[in-house]
Every structure is written in C-alpha cells, then in structure tokens.
Design a protein around this ligand. Structure first.
Ligand SMILES: [Mg+2]
Length: 185
C-alpha cells in the first residue's frame, strides 16, 4: 500500500482542459457541434485523425500553460494535502514534447502549489496509462480519472478509481468524495 498517495489525471479532473480547448478551437474557426460529448471528433464533427491532430496541436501550444482549475479542485486538493497529509501523483497523457511538459508542470505548480506533487508523469498525447499505472497495481490507491476506459483498467488492477458518469459533475465530486471519505471513514 502506497500510503497517503492519490493518483490523479489532469485534464477534466484538475484543470478545465475542455474550456480552454473549446476557446482555442473557436479561435481557429471550428465551432462546437455537440456539447456534453467526451469524444472530440464527435463534439466538433471532425474526422478522427483531424481531431487527434488538433488535440495534439493544442496540447503543444502555449495555451497549455494557462489552463484554469476545474471548479473547486484547488480547494479540495489543498485540504487533502494540509488536513490529511495526502500528496499526489499526476499521470497525464499530454504530449511527448518536453517543452509542453514543462508548461504543464508550471501550470500545475502555479494552480495547486509545488508541495502537492510527488510526481507528474507526462505520457504521449492520448496514450493509454497501463504501463504508468503498473507500479500501483494492488495498491488500493485512490485514482481520480474522467476517462471510463482508464478507470476500467484500474478496477482490474485492484485500484480504487473514482469516476462519475455524469460528466458535468464527476471530477470535483471525485476529489470531494475522497475528502469526505477521509473526514468520515
Ligand atoms: Mg482526463
């Protein structure tokens, strides 16, 4: 058991990637076609390769340094750290570009404070997290994730995924749930 470690995804959990990406797409002249759709190709009615290319382009742009926090994630992350001694490992499928990765570190440090992070692991854009999660197999660690496919992997690894199907509320609720679990186990 890795004590006092919570694993977190970044986009859609800590940071409001969706908001910044949508603004960036509109700036490129590409309007949203379907709201409340996780899949970017469906959301903007694009071919999959085109959608993937645009996501990578955004993730490697300067905009990635300025993502806002997702709702009250900062509040609960800090409380989990200060009141319960939790530290965080962030595993994020951002990009293999080292400069993009540095912008992500800066963004997370600025929003949440450097002291919260034990590790921030950046994987290639859209990459599966199987390998990165392997060291946590059977750990029972909490894992806050907004992608259902990743959460299913974590269940098979006997981890403790916190995922909500209601997209509008999942991420912050996840952190909140971990917080409540600690306050009233
Ligand atoms: Mg995510």
């Amino acid at each position: 058991m890795k004590e006092n470690i919570i694993l977190v995804d970044c986009d859609g959990v800590l940071c409001d990637w969706e908001y910044s990406f949508t603004q960036w797409m509109h700036h490129q002249g590409i309007p949203t076609k379907v709201t409340n759709e996780y899949d970017i190709a469906k959301r903007f009615k694009l071919e999959k390769p085109e959608a993937k290319k645009l996501v990578r382009q955004f993730n490697e742009s300067a905009a990635i340094a300025f993502l806002p926090p997702l709702r009250d994630a900062v509040y609960y992350m800090k409380r989990l750290n200060m009141l319960h001694g939790y530290r965080f490992h962030c595993i994020t499928s951002l990009s293999s570009d080292k400069y993009a990765q540095r912008l992500r570190y800066q963004n997370l440090d600025l929003l949440f404070g450097r002291e919260l992070w034990d590790e921030v692991i950046c994987l290639p854009c859209g990459a599966d997290k199987d390998e990165a999660l392997e060291p946590y197999r059977d750990s029972g660690c909490f894992w806050v994730e907004d992608k259902v496919a990743n959460a299913e992997l974590e269940i098979s690894n006997k981890m403790n995924p916190q995922i909500f199907k209601n997209k509008s509320a999942f991420a912050v609720c996840s952190v909140l749930r971990v917080f409540k679990y600690n306050s009233h186990p």
